[in-house]
Design a protein around this ligand. Structure first.
Ligand code: SF4
Ligand code: MG
Length: 331
């Protein structure tokens, strides 16, 4: 599998009045060409901070990059000058957010907004840029794009607006598209259509997608691989099959149990008891210890290193680590 992006041991913190929050604490993952990698977890787990770090959109201060690397096309993005990063942002790596309205300018037509982005990054005439804009609207399934180009954002429905935002993110044919909760603001039917659109676009363009979401239903529909985040760390990674049918981290199991299942009669929704740890002073050991039904003595003392269960499946949990037994025996 060709790697498009490699994130290694990423650390990011934020200064607040209450102290310093360690939001991302050693995140490592690869993104492969043409795949959709879903990063899932509860709010505050660090998934959005991780994606914003890739785009170098963390404001410093209050944010602070504390270490790690993000390699894209043999360049470490964390080391680039702002001017170099600006060239990559939007053209090689682009991002879409939850609320399409904030990404669109209400005072400009869709056509002007699309062509502006095209002219910024591509060496084209205005006429050619307009042609590309029409093609993009067509790609994202907006009917009669010639007419629609002359309209303003408020003349479109929420779902249509999100399609336009996706078109804007794709105009420069990025290799990586980061989508942070792209369907959260939409109702379920429209959400399914937008997810279908992601799959369709990926087939046509080969773009690699990082999908940030708290919604396992969304993950089940589009993800090839899944990274589960908890308290600033990725605690389990695997293919969609591995994570859904053979989850190994107790937190992943808890997440899956808390989702209502339509395929099982009378299946109960079991929420995970307790709350995530305070990231002002994150625990040295496994951050799930306080909520974990399987916690052992070693768990809150030493963070479990990653155990490889297959080429694609890995988990940070002492239950999977043979050394845990030894540590327990030598107590
Ligand atoms: Fe539970 Fe220990 Fe595994 Fe953490 S390391 S998830 S506390 S068993
Ligand atoms: Mg978020």
């Amino acid at each position: 599998m060709e790697k498009v992006l490699e994130v290694k041991d990423l650390h990011v913190s934020f200064k607040t009045y209450g102290g310093e929050v360690k939001a991302v604490r050693g995140v490592t993952f690869d993104l492969h060409k043409g795949e959709t990698l879903a990063i899932v977890g509860e709010s505050g787990c660090g998934k959005s901070v991780t994606s914003q770090s890739i785009m170098r959109l963390i404001p410093e201060p209050p944010g602070r990059f504390d270490g790690g690397s993000i390699v894209f096309k043999e360049k470490d993005l964390t080391k680039l000058k702002d001017s170099e990063m600006r060239k990559i942002r939007g053209s090689d790596i682009s991002m879409i957010f939850q609320d399409p309205m904030t990404a669109l300018n209400p005072t400009l037509t869709i056509g002007d907004q699309l062509t502006e982005g095209i002219l910024q990054h591509m060496n084209l005439s205005k006429e050619q840029a307009k042609k590309v804009a029409v093609q993009m609207l067509d790609l994202v399934g907006i009917p009669s794009p010639q007419v629609r180009l002359k309209q303003y954002p408020h003349q479109f429905s929420g779902g249509m607006r999100q399609r336009i935002v996706i078109a804007m993110a794709l105009v420069c044919q990025p290799e990586v598209l980061i989508a942070d909760e792209p369907t959260t603001a939409l109702d379920v039917t429209i959400q399914a259509q937008i997810l279908e659109l992601f799959r369709d676009i990926q087939k046509k363009t080969g773009v690699s997608i990082i999908l940030i979401t708290h919604d396992l239903g969304v993950v089940a529909q589009v993800a090839d691989r899944i990274a589960v985040m908890y308290a600033g760390k990725i605690v389990e990674t695997g293919t969609r099959r591995e994570v859904f049918y053979n989850p190994q981290h107790p937190y992943t199991k808890g997440l899956l149990n808390s989702v209502p299942r339509l395929d099982v009669d009378g299946a109960e929704l079991i929420p995970i008891a307790g709350t995530p740890p305070d990231l002002f002073s994150p625990p040295v050991g496994c951050p799930f210890t306080a909520r974990c039904p399987y916690a052992m003595e070693v768990c809150d003392k030493v963070y479990p290193s990653a155990t490889k269960l297959s080429d694609s499946h890995g988990v940070d949990c002492w239950l999977q680590d043979e050394r845990a037994q030894k540590l327990l025996a030598n107590r």
